[in-house]
Design a binder for this molecule. Structure first.
Ligand code: DAH
Length: 369
């Protein structure tokens, strides 16, 4: 119902106030419904037209019609109301420019923050670990994710049908049976094939780190994923020793996890290194005590030590495959290592479920923004 100016019978201050408030409410509603120039003109005429505009009607009905004793009081109210009506009709001017009051830009408000991406925590940990080695003079090398049997296994001293292949549950590319075995394609199970590919291209001495994605046929759980990330390392020169391996990796762990971290090397086996070792670091969660307050420390299974990587001295059989590019096993020696980038990210950032890294939940990922 469109607003019409009522006749007043009660001229008490409270009644005048109430009538003025009703009038202003009607005006505000009409003002917010104005969206174009024609609407604005009609609105202005309705309220301000000298001849029979609402303001004029108020003047006639509320002021002229007031009994003598209320005239003064009614005059004050009507004047206040007039000013207010004029102000509000002015304000409606802006609405007519095509914006409603709510859309008007208030430059005093803070701006709208646009979400920008963050580096993924696994890639960040990987980059930071690579940077530790880059500061020691290592270069970055990369290789293909779809690899041949030759680079993934054979040249790394896993002979065809050797049981050591069973330690890496491999995803094979279909339809390769017609090819000789060494040419058959698979998803690389580790970044180690890039050792061979790089030694084919670069003559010794070399020092490289190899970040990359790898695949294994492992069902996903809190510590496994069919797709995960590794960082490989390789140093080859004329007289590299196991002491160089230990010193380099000890330094890298302290740089990455903090200077109080201790390292422990334990015997192991990999076909492409001899001797081989696993590197453990003192648990960065419990500080090596095996306990968190009085509870058992889960990440280190109460042992105080966490396995971080596999490593060893490059097996002479591996050098045989790249001998023609200057890697004569009687002249050069080297060490290699490989670690899980996802795992070091979990440890460094205190993430207890590997799957969180791959769900793409922005609430989780934006913690690294
Ligand atoms: N490629 C091994 C794996 O994925 C890790 C590894 C162990 C890499 C020893 C190395 C090494 O370079 O020397 O299980």
């Amino acid at each position: 119902m469109a607003y019409t100016v009522p006749k007043l019978t009660d001229y008490s201050p409270s009644a005048l106030e109430k009538s003025a408030a009703e009038c202003i409410r009607a005006l505000s509603e009409e003002a917010s419904a104005v969206h174009n120039d024609a609407g604005l003109k009609a609105f202005r005429d309705r309220w301000l037209a000298r001849k029979n505009g609402i303001l004029t009607q108020i003047n006639d009905l509320w002021l002229k019609g007031a009994p003598k004793e209320s005239k003064r009081n009614a005059g004050i109210r009507v004047n206040e109301l007039k000013v207010r009506i004029q102000e509000l009709v002015e304000g409606a001017h802006v609405s007519a420019a095509g914006e409603t009051a709510a859309e008007r830009i208030d430059t005093s408000l803070p701006g709208i923050r646009r979400p920008i991406g963050a580096e993924h925590p696994v890639l960040r940990a990987s980059r930071e670990m690579c940077a530790v080695f880059q500061r020691m003079g290592y270069a970055i090398a990369e290789g293909p994710v779809v690899e041949t049997d030759y680079y993934n296994f054979e040249a790394l001293n896993f002979p065809p049908n050797h049981p050591a292949r069973d330690t890496q549950d491999t995803l094979f590319i279909a339809g390769q049976q017609s090819k000789p075995q060494r040419e058959r394609l698979l998803l690389r199970t580790h970044t180690s094939p890039v050792q061979i590919r790089t030694m084919e291209k670069l003559r010794p001495p070399i020092r490289i780190v190899i970040p990359g994605v790898v695949h294994r046929n492992d069902p996903p759980d809190a510590s496994h994923s069919p797709m995960f990330h590794q960082i490989e390392g390789l140093a080859v020169d004329t007289d590299i020793t196991f002491g160089d391996l230990k010193g380099t990796l000890d330094h890298a762990m302290k740089e990455f996890f903090g200077s109080s971290v201790k390292t422990s090397f334990r015997p192991s086996f990999f076909p492409f290194t001899e001797p081989s070792a696993e590197l453990f670091i003192s648990c960065i969660i419990c500080g090596g005590s095996g306990k968190r307050d009085s509870d058992p420390c889960r990440p280190c299974k109460q042992t105080g030590w966490i396995e971080i990587l596999g490593c060893g001295m490059v097996d002479p059989n591996v050098f045989e495959f790249v001998k023609d590019n200057g890697y004569d096993p009687r002249k050069v020696s080297g060490f290699a290592f490989g670690m899980g980038a996802d795992r070091i990210a979990m440890l460094k950032y205190g993430v207890d479920d590997l799957q969180l890294f791959f769900h793409g939940d922005v609430r989780f990922l934006e913690q690294w923004a």
